[in-house]
Design a binder for this molecule. Structure first.
Ligand code: NAD
Ligand code: UD1
Length: 338
């Protein structure tokens, strides 16, 4: 299939790109490198031994997107491009609405211009907001508690309305839980530009000596050891979910949401222990106050994706931490040269 990836140079995009190339899809990546590096694409080329097209493009630029789509004429789009830092979204809400909401409308417009009818969208478990029950299924109420979460919820609704207006259209809204880990080669991985907000990249930077210690945000939650519990999913499993979603979109009409998680959760202490085992030493930490907005536990019910996408997460916590450590130890400064 001819597939256009917006944001294909990013963390999840680059891992998905490898999977798609291995399956023989013809790919065009469009990215403005707002939060990624051309080096990630170079490494995907050498790891996969396959080529793909690339355009430096901004999803906020509707005319440029339409021109790009007219040139490549994709049969499907995987729309990763977006801004994802929750705190930054509160400080710069209009930037988040422009990139995540208007950007998604531009992508749909460009699809319309070339009669492209299939889209796989990077959504997030954050659209659910505070869990009312666990595990969270797709019928759970959608009450996002941040600007970032609202941009994803709005983009989902726009895609669903676009789909309703076109009976032949198909869309998969993939609600990722907590993606972690790296490609098994350790050559590509997550490379946050600023201080990491998320747990796993923070632990990785402590392990490699870039940060002094992990702050554990509260150990008085109602979980098995008092620390926050999340559904961590290996990025390679997440990448495979996109391939499955493309196949599903090719065979079905309508827009569907899918939880992409494992169905199991780990606490902060368990993540720290697993990473310490992977890197061979105990990592320093201190327990600090809770982070505002955090919930005690968040776990997916992934049975809809298991059933309809014929996909399931296969990699466990040891593989998540081992691959993250291989990537971080081999690339202490990410894609930047030392
Ligand atoms: P990332 O920042 O590594 O990747 C996003 C990519 O989009 C980057 O390559 C960036 O340069 C590009 N981009 C940003 N703004 C752009 C613009 N205006 N035009 C073109 N390209 C632009 O993030 P990621 O972790 O790979 O996330 C991919 C998608 O998945 C995002 O939409 C994110 O919101 C969503 N998501 C991520 C997580 C997570 O924990 N990583 C969880 C849930 C959902
Ligand atoms: C965060 C985002 C969420 C996004 C998700 C995807 C926030 C408030 N939420 O959620 O929108 O969809 O990532 O990956 O940013 N922790 C520490 N110390 C740290 C970092 C985290 O103790 O330095 C704890 C947190 O309190 C939490 C767990 O680790 O219990 C996981 O945190 P994180 O990786 O930020 O993910 P989420 O909180 O699930």
């Amino acid at each position: 299939m001819d597939v256009l990836l917006t944001g294909g140079a990013g963390y999840i995009g680059s891992h998905t790109l490898i999977e798609l190339l291995a399956c023989g899809h013809r790919i065009h990546v469009a990215d403005n490198f707002a939060n990624s590096s051309p080096e990630a694409l170079n490494r995907v080329r050498s790891l996969s031994n396959r080529d793909f097209a690339f355009s430096r493009a901004d999803v906020r630029d509707r005319a440029a997107l339409i021109a790009l789509f007219q040139e490549f004429r994709p049969e499907a789009v995987i729309h990763f491009a977006g801004l994802k830092a929750v705190g930054e979204g509160e400080a710069k809400p209009l930037d988040y609405y422009e990139t995540n909401v208007a950007g998604t409308m531009n992508v749909l417009d460009a699809m319309n211009a070339v009669q492209c009818r299939r889209i796989v969208f990077s959504s997030s478990a954050t659209v659910y907001g505070e869990p009312e029950y666990l595990p969270i299924d797709e019928a759970h109420p959608l009450r996002p508690a941040s600007v970032y979460g609202r941009t994803k919820h709005m983009a989902e609704q726009i895609i669903a309305d676009w789909g309703r207006a076109r009976p032949e259209a198909s869309g998969a809204l993939l609600r990722y839980f907590n993606p972690v880990g790296a490609h098994e080669s350790g050559r590509i991985g997550e490379d946050p530009h600023d201080v990491p907000n998320n747990l796993m990249p923070y632990i990785s930077q402590v392990a490699v000596g870039r940060r002094a210690k992990l702050s554990i945000y509260g150990d008085d939650y109602d979980t098995r050891d008092g620390t926050g519990l999340r559904d961590y999913i290996h990025v390679a499993d997440l990448a495979r979910a996109h391939v499955a979603a493309l196949d599903y979109a090719a065979a079905h009409q309508g827009v569907e949401a899918f939880n992409i998680g494992t169905g199991a959760g780990f606490t902060v202490h368990e993540m720290l222990r697993a990473f310490s085992e992977a890197c061979g030493r105990d990592l320093p930490y201190e327990v600090t106050a809770r982070r505002p907005g955090d919930v005690a536990a968040c776990v997916a019910d992934p049975s809809k994706a298991n059933r309809l996408l014929n996909w399931r997460a296969e990699r466990g916590l040891p593989e998540m931490s081992r691959s993250a450590w291989l990537w971080q130890s081999g690339n202490p400064n990410g894609y930047e040269a030392l």
